[in-house]
Unconditional design. Structure first.
Length: 278
């Protein structure tokens, strides 16, 4: 049985790109799940959760119950993080975004690095951790030494192996949340039995670190389908922050949701939109 999922964040209304991903996931799976990735309490809104349900109903998409809310699964993430800590594969990071930006722009900084490793060699200090906000980062070099270079299988059978440089010391638990996207995603996919991860090509860069985490945590390996992105006709990406046309706006304009879903299932888009791999 192929199990797929649609996992939006309630930080805005869904747009056409979300609809395509949801329809593709529904059509690819024998069992289709809905997960609400609501760990970002600062940006998430209850009305956007309601909007997700409304948009899915408008598209004619249903899912196997119950809906999974990440905000209710903090203990599972804590257990996974503790396991990685016991393996010596995470470290506390006290850097702010400003600290990291300053390090990367310093004369000898690497402007292309995602994290300069500022806290990597600090001795563990429980007293400082008890009083100072911090995140937890992956010791990527040590993790790859134990787990090996991450590889994954795309839908259709082709297998990819990532370069070691593609895995950074990513954050696994944030200062304001019990888990990052990477950690929560792999823990929840495994718990739900997801066997095919359907998501946009923009998330392909997340796959190496997530495959590495799956290996380190002893979780099953799913297959991946990184689908083309839906863009405006001129190539501009759809994004909530750019006020992309929402499904609500399309519904208000008189468009039929089930008709739209049928169009997307054929790999076709309404006028004014196009597919892009980047």
């Amino acid at each position: 049985m192929i199990v797929t999922r649609f996992a939006p964040s309630p930080t805005g209304r869904l747009h056409l790109g979300h609809a395509f991903s949801a329809v593709l996931g529904r059509d690819k799976g024998d069992r289709f799940l809905l997960r609400i990735e609501d760990l970002d309490q600062g940006r998430g809104r209850p009305e956007f959760v309601d909007g997700i349900f409304e948009d899915m109903a408008w598209l004619g998409l249903d899912w196997s119950e119950p809906v999974i809310f990440q905000s209710g699964r903090t203990e599972a993430y804590r257990t996974a993080l503790d396991h990685l800590r016991e393996l010596g594969l995470v470290y506390a990071c006290f850097c702010t975004r400003a600290d990291i930006a300053q390090s990367l722009t310093a004369p000898h900084g690497d402007a292309h690095a995602a994290y300069p490793g500022t806290c990597r060699s600090l001795p563990d200090d429980p007293d400082r951790r008890a009083t100072t906000p911090h995140s937890w980062r992956l010791r990527s070099a040590e993790a790859i030494r134990i787990g090996g270079p991450p590889s994954w299988r795309e839908d259709g059978g082709q297998r990819f192996t990532s370069a070691i440089a593609e895995v950074d010391d990513v954050i696994l638990a944030r200062k304001d949340a019990p888990a990052s996207y990477h950690l929560a995603c792999v823990v929840d996919d495994a718990a739900s039995g997801v066997s095919l991860v359907v998501r946009g090509a923009d998330l392909r860069s997340s796959t190496p670190v997530q495959r590495l985490l799956q290996t380190l945590l002893g979780l099953p390996e799913p297959t991946y389908l990184h689908h083309p992105l839906v863009t405006h006709q001129g190539g501009r990406r759809l994004a909530k922050r750019d006020q992309a046309p929402t499904l609500l706006a399309m519904r208000t304009s008189g468009m039929g949701g089930k008709e739209l879903a049928a169009l997307l299932a054929k790999g076709q888009l309404p006028l004014g939109f196009a597919f892009s791999e980047a």
